[in-house]
Design a protein around this ligand. Structure first.
Ligand SMILES: [Zn+2]
Ligand SMILES: [Zn+2]
Length: 150
């Protein structure tokens, strides 16, 4: 199932939740601020079209750097490389290339920075665009899911 990580508007903590179309509120575990959410059956299927927090349709994807397992693997590989003459780092690089690049992508809402993991239609989500980000964040422009056109 798609994993949703909302950024609390009042304290900036992350609120983890799973899509449920009957849930309309997510409570911050730190400051108890209530965040309105709007999940649809599509979200429950892991398809990301609208943001459940701000209703925008503009997302970008990036490699999921937050995965602690990646860091742990790197530490193990670095230690092993002393005995394997760097081979373990090569193996790690290959694992990273094939596994993490494909699987561990995270989709992020430009507007409210909600993170979505295990998104089925990740292929439809484009890479980060600096200009789109500036226009959404600073000018409150709504691209409605369309790519930037010049
Ligand atoms: Zn909070
Ligand atoms: Zn959003």
């Amino acid at each position: 199932m798609m994993e949703v990580q909302i950024t609390c508007l009042s304290c900036g903590s992350s609120i983890e939740c799973l899509p449920d179309q009957h849930a309309h509120k997510a409570e911050c575990g730190v400051c108890k601020n209530i965040q309105e959410v709007k999940f649809t059956p599509l979200h429950e299927e892991g398809i990301l079209k609208d943001c459940p927090v701000c209703n925008r349709q503009d997302f970008y994807k990036q490699k999921d750097f937050n995965r602690k397992i990646g860091v742990l693997l790197f530490v193990i590989a670095a230690i092993l490389s002393i005995w394997t003459y760097g081979m373990s780092l090569v193996v790690l690089y290959l694992v990273d290339l094939f596994l993490f690049k494909k699987l561990a992508m995270v989709a992020i809402c430009y507007k409210c920075r909600t993170n979505f993991r295990r998104v089925k239609n990740m292929d439809e989500i484009r890479d980060y665009d600096h200009e789109m980000n500036d226009r959404i964040v600073y000018s409150d422009h709504d691209f409605k899911g369309k790519p930037l056109s010049h």
